[in-house]
Design a protein around this ligand. Structure first.
Ligand SMILES: *[C@@H]1O[C@H](CO)[C@@H](O)[C@H](O)[C@H]1NC(C)=O
Ligand SMILES: *[C@@H]1O[C@H](CO)[C@@H](O)[C@H](O)[C@H]1NC(C)=O
Length: 247
């Protein structure tokens, strides 16, 4: 059994969470679901690159972007040559999505849903859930209390494990919002009802580009180093018991 890096679980360890499915589904099914949800490969950290349909200038611009997190929202931002977020207009580059799949701890969700988490800062090492605001359909990040009312999953990967999908569906749309001071403007939305965000009405008619979110696994060396670093920082801070509660 692989050791789950402590550093990843700021505020409590989450490992080997038993998934309780309905009794009717039987033991074999439950075993399969458990294995899948706790599969170590689900926890390999990845970045996310955007790939857009079409060859419009906007689609081309976005296809050179990666997913970043800032202002509690999920954005696309240009990649540099190393595949990391390019410098911002003001201040530091935004934090790259650096995350993995793990079951969302909520007894009220049955069957349990696979959630998506990402670091939001390296020091202190902090994790947030990635979720979709059920009213605005924008992708956001937040703690459990903030996210629990919203669409928190099930997140998944496509059959080839390349693309990020939500509710079995690759329905992400990038919306050109009013540019922030730091230069962020491409916000990620989820076209849940496959109606182009109510023909754009949801986003005040702003420009929209459909895109695919592609996983890019962290190189193994980098992943190990990051985990070791976070673990070191964390040992001082946390004695976290075995718990699935995580705020
Ligand atoms: C874990 O996931 C990998 C990749 O999807 C798969 O090849 C493997 O069989 C899975 N293992 C278990 C125990 O489900
Ligand atoms: C969760 O996040 C919200 C919004 O940022 C914050 O107000 C709240 O205190 C946080 N809850 C916990 C338990 O940290």
């Amino acid at each position: 059994m692989a050791l789950i890096p402590l550093g990843v679980f700021f505020g409590g360890i989450i490992t080997g969470i038993p998934v309780v499915t309905g009794v009717a589904e039987g033991v074999a099914e439950q075993k399969r679901v458990n294995e899948e949800a706790n599969n170590e490969t689900r926890m390999f950290k990845f970045y996310i690159d955007a790939v857009c349909e079409g060859d419009s200038p906007k689609a081309q611009e976005i296809s050179k972007c990666m997913v970043v997190l800032r202002h509690d929202k999920v954005w696309l931002w240009p990649r540099d040559e190393e595949g990391m977020p390019a410098p911002a207009k003001t201040g530091p580059a935004p934090h790259p999505f650096t995350g993995f799949y793990i079951q969302y701890p909520d007894d009220a969700r049955s069957p349990p849903e696979l959630g998506l988490v990402s670091t939001i800062s390296n020091d202190p090492p902090m994790l947030n859930w990635i979720y979709v605001d059920k009213k605005t359909l924008e992708l956001r990040h937040g703690n459990r209390s903030t996210s629990i009312e919203h669409i928190v999953g099930p997140w998944d990967w496509s059959k080839d494990e390349r693309d990020v999908i939500l509710e079995g569906f690759d329905g992400f749309v990038v919306v050109e919002e009013e540019e922030r001071e730091d230069g962020l403007k491409w916000a990620v939305y989820y076209d849940r009802y496959e109606d182009d965000l109510s023909q754009g009405r949801k986003v005040g008619g702003r420009a929209r580009v459909k895109c695919t979110l592609e996983r890019r696994l962290l190189p193994e060396g980098q992943r190990k180093m990051q985990e070791a670093e976070q673990e070191k920082k964390l040992q001082v801070k946390s004695r976290g018991g075995l718990t699935t509660k995580w705020d």
